[in-house]
Design a protein around this ligand. Sequence first.
Ligand SMILES: [Cu+2]
Length: 149
Amino acid sequence: MATARYRLEHDAAPFPSRPGPSRRLLAIVVSVLTVWLAACGSADEATTDVPENTRTIEIVATEYAFSGDPTTITAGETIRFVVRNDGGLIHELQLLDTDARLVDRTEQLAPGEVGEITVTFASPGLYQVICDVDDHLSRGQRASFTVGE
Ligand SMILES: [Cu+2]
């Protein structure tokens, strides 16, 4: 009697028990993955904090100039300036507003290095980018651009 009852339970066991543990495991894996992704996403937002409609403009710094494709910026836009030093000396980019006040600046970039700043242009007008390393500004390393209404 005892052996028969044992065998019955043993035989029946694999069927109903199989979906149970594997489904639970999958649920745990999915929830861990979701938590991990969510944590990853919020960390990203915290460090970059860049609006979704940000446009990237590439600028190349050399001796003693800035160059880039002509483009139009409109007030209200957020622009990510990616600055690449293609020269043989250290350069930087400082962005000055319509009153020639510093808005933001890159690090000083060694030859081949890339830096970036992200700026939201609240008001239209004439803005400048300059390099203030050594005598680069007096050698003409500056450029200006207009932000339209
Ligand atoms: Cu420079």
